[in-house]
Structures are given as structure tokens and as C-alpha cells.
Design a binder for this molecule. Structure first.
Ligand SMILES: NC(=O)c1ccc[n+]([C@@H]2O[C@H](COP(=O)([O-])OP(=O)(O)OC[C@H]3O[C@@H](n4cnc5c(N)ncnc54)[C@H](O)[C@@H]3O)[C@@H](O)[C@H]2O)c1
Ligand SMILES: CC(C)[C@H](C(=O)O)[C@@H](O)C(=O)O
Ligand SMILES: [Mg+2]
Length: 352
């Protein structure tokens, strides 16, 4: 079993170190770890945020564990050299089109989001975000118009096969959970969304046991705050999924808790090849201070063990250790506590 570890920038290496301790504690037989540089760090050392060697290491592994990228000092670089391009490059080059972002309330955190505890307690939503299309990957340009005005230009597009394959992932996920799928779009305005809605509705014919609903994204953002417990599985496009998942994270207490799996079609000897990462970024405002919550990173490792290495029991062990740590009140600054990154790592390891 081979895992590529890409720690990245900012808090990436700090939280990766804690996930690494958890992985070491599991003592998986025959495990090989390959570390590679990515993001601003890779740009500085190799002139590119996603060096060919890093992409090759990721491709060659059974799974990729990814920290975070993003570096304020790189903000003025040309777009193709910015750290964020590394993550987009990995997602597209590795064919990782299905991004699973679960947001589940942990016992003890019901008061964290400001929602009424009886509402907060019901949150258990899986956001299935399409990851290889949308305005992220359409044609882009910074143009100068005839009258001298600059115009930013980004094309939003979806082809029907791209919508169909993510719809299948979402319907299957709903079958394995509460049997409800809500497709989120902006079909009252966008052609891409009208196609999205049509294709999701067509695909529903294969899954008559799943209850399908459609919701406009602006309403979904409101409903996510009003009553997030109404959602079971949400399927949506790349941009809407990016935004709604950060929003969902606060409903369960903090962005420092949300893990993700990015999957494609490639199967390995042990499961589905994938890349696993917290949904948050490199958090430059707290980087290097030992303050970052490593739980989203450690929960991403649990998802890796489940989906790519076929080790459900180890995944559950980690998830239970995180839940027990939170229930014991070991909270990072993001949750109003004072535990630092390593202290949280210690507490999780102790319970593991
Ligand atoms: N997958 C990724 O690598 C990824 C995801 C999102 C943003 N980014 C990049 O990260 C950089 C910073 O972006 P941003 O500030 O908009 O978003 P961010 O997610 O990095 O941070 C937003 C806020 O949440 C806090 N936060 C995030 N993770 C935390 C954790 N684990 N523990 C405690 N607090 C945490 C930060 O301190 C900050 O106040 C940018 O360059 C952005 O492009 C990368
Ligand atoms: C860093 C950025 C490109 C990325 C995205 O928008 O997908 C991030 O926000 C995420 O949620 O993984
Ligand atoms: Mg995001």
C-alpha cells in the first residue's frame, strides 16, 4: 500500500504531522509513504506549484493525503503559477471528479454554531460536489476591451456526461444513507443548471428508491442555516459545492472539522484511488503558531483508509477517537478552546 503525502503550505505541514502520527500508530503492514512538495513551497524550490515529480508520485500511489496550499506571497504570480493551481491540477490530471464532503454533528458541539441545539443535533449531510468541471475549468481570460476597459472572463460549462456521472455517485450515496437527494443548482438563470437539473432528473429513473428534490442555490444557502438537518445528500456543481461546504462546516462548529474525499473511476488493489484533504485552506493567519485544528486532516485520513485502502475498521477507530476527544472537551481555538495542534494530536492518539 502506497500513500503519497503532500503537506503543502501554511498550516498544511502542521496538521499533516498529526495525521502522520495517527497513521504510524495504526502500524499498517506493508505501508509505503512518499512525501512530495506542492503549492507555494514547490514553486519556491522547483519553479512550479505542481512539479512533474509530485504529480507522478500521486499517480503512482494508491491514495494521496493532501494538507493545504495557498501562500499570500504568491498572490501576485501569474494564475498558472499560483499554489491553488496545484490542487486543481491534481484533481483534473487524476480524474477526481467526485468530491465527498460530509458534515456531521459531533456530540458535545451542539452549541457551537449558534443554531438551536435541537436543530444542530440533527445535522448529518453529505455534500457531493462535482470537481472536474464548471467555471473552474472553463476558458479563462483577462481581456482588454476596445475602449480600454479590462474584462475578466470565465466560462461556466457542463456536458451531460459530466453531470450524469456525478449524479450516479450521489444517488448511490443516498441509497447507502437516508435515501434522500437534494440537487442544488441555479436553473432559473443558468443554462448549465438547466442541463444539470434535466440530467439529474433523468438519472433518477435508475434510483426509484431515492427521494429526489431540487433547490436553487440561494435558497439552499438559507436552508443550510435555517434547518440543515433537512438535508441527507446534496449534489451540486463545483462552485456551489465549494461555497456550501464551507457554510456547512460552520453549522457543525468549525471548518477545522470537515474532511473530504476526491474520487474518480480508477480502482486499486484495495479500493478506489482518491485524494483526501481537509476542506479548509492553508490558514496563513494562524500558520506557524501551533494553533491549527488537525481534526479535519485526521478525519481525511480516516476517509482515505475507508475508500482507498479498504480499512473500514481503522477508519471507524479514528472517527471514534476524534468524537471522544471532542466530547472530552479538548477543543482548538476554532471551537472556542485553547488546545494546540500537537495537544489535539496527543488527545486523539490517547483515545485511539
Ligand atoms: N484545499 C486547499 O488547499 C485550500 C482550500 C481553501 C483555501 N485554500 C487557500 O488557502 C489560503 C487561505 O484561504 P482562506 O483564508 O480563504 O481560507 P482558510 O480555510 O485557509 O481559512 C479561513 C479561516 O479559517 C481558519 N481555519 C482554517 N482551517 C483551520 C484549522 N484547521 N484550524 C483552525 N482554524 C482554521 C483560518 O485561520 C481562517 O481564519 C488561500 O491561498 C486559499 O486559496 C486552499
Ligand atoms: C483552493 C481552492 C482552489 C479550492 C477550491 O475552490 O476547490 C478550495 O477552496 C477547496 O474547497 O478545496
Ligand atoms: Mg473551498
Amino acid at each position: 500500500m502506497k500513500i503519497a503525502l503532500l503537506a503543502g503550505d501554511g498550516i498544511g505541514p502542521e496538521i499533516m504531522a498529526q495525521a502522520r502520527r495517527v497513521l504510524d500508530a495504526l502500524e499498517l503492514p506493508g505501508l509505503e509513504l512518499i512525501e512530495a512538495e506542492v503549492g507555494g513551497t514547490a514553486y519556491r524550490n522547483h519553479g512550479h506549484p505542481l512539479p512533474g515529480e509530485t504529480l507522478a508520485s500521486a499517480r503512482d500511489a494508491d491514495a494521496v493525503l493532501f494538507g493545504a496550499v495557498g501562500d499570500p506571497e504568491c498572490d501576485n504570480l501569474e494564475r498558472h503559477l499560483r499554489p491553488e493551481q496545484a490542487i486543481l491540477g491534481l484533481r483534473s490530471n487524476l480524474g477526481l471528479f467526485a468530491n465527498l464532503r460530509p458534515a456531521t454533528m459531533f456530540p458535545g458541539l451542539e452549541n457551537m454554531s449558534g443554531l438551536k441545539p435541537e436543530i444542530a443535533r440533527q445535522i448529518d449531510v453529505l455534500i457531493v460536489r462535482e470537481l472536474n468541471g464548471d467555471v473552474y475549468f472553463g476558458e479563462k481570460a483577462m481581456r482588454v476591451l476596445e475602449d480600454g476597459r479590462r474584462q475578466g472572463y470565465d466560462v461556466m460549462s457542463y456536458a451531460e456526461d459530466e453531470v450524469r456521472r456525478i449524479a450516479h455517485v450521489a444517488f448511490r450515496a443516498a441509497q447507502g444513507r437516508g435515501g434522500k437527494l437534494c440537487s442544488v443548482d441555479k436553473a432559473n438563470v443558468l443554462e448549465t443548471s438547466q442541463l444539470w437539473r434535466d440530467v439529474v432528473t433523468e438519472t433518477h429513473a435508475d434510483y426509484p428508491d431515492v427521494e429526489l428534490s431540487h433547490m436553487y442555490v440561494d435558497n439552499a444557502a438559507m436552508q443550510m442555516v435555517r434547518n440543515p438537518g433537512q438535508f441527507d445528500v446534496i449534489v451540486t456543481g463545483n462552485l456551489f459545492g465549494d461555497i456550501l461546504s464551507d457554510q456547512a462546516s460552520m453549522c457543525v462548529g468549525s471548518i477545522g472539522l470537515l474532511a473530504s474525499a476526491s474520487l474518480g473511476e480508477r480502482q486499486t488493489e484495495y479500493g478506489t484511488f482518491g485524494m483526501y484533504e481537509p476542506i479548509h485552506g492553508s490558514a496563513p493567519d494562524i500558520a506557524g503558531q501551533g494553533k491549527a485544528n488537525p481534526m479535519a486532516m485526521i478525519l481525511s485520513l480516516a476517509m482515505l483508509l475507508r475508500h482507498s485502502l479498504g480499512r473500514e475498521e481503522d477508519a471507524l477507530r479514528i472517527e471514534k477517537a476524534i468524537a471522544a476527544t471532542l466530547e472530552a472537551g479538548v477543543l482548538g481555538g476554532d471551537l472556542g478552546g485553547s488546545a494546540g495542534t500537537a495537544e489535539i494530536g496527543d488527545a486523539v492518539l490517547e483515545r485511539l
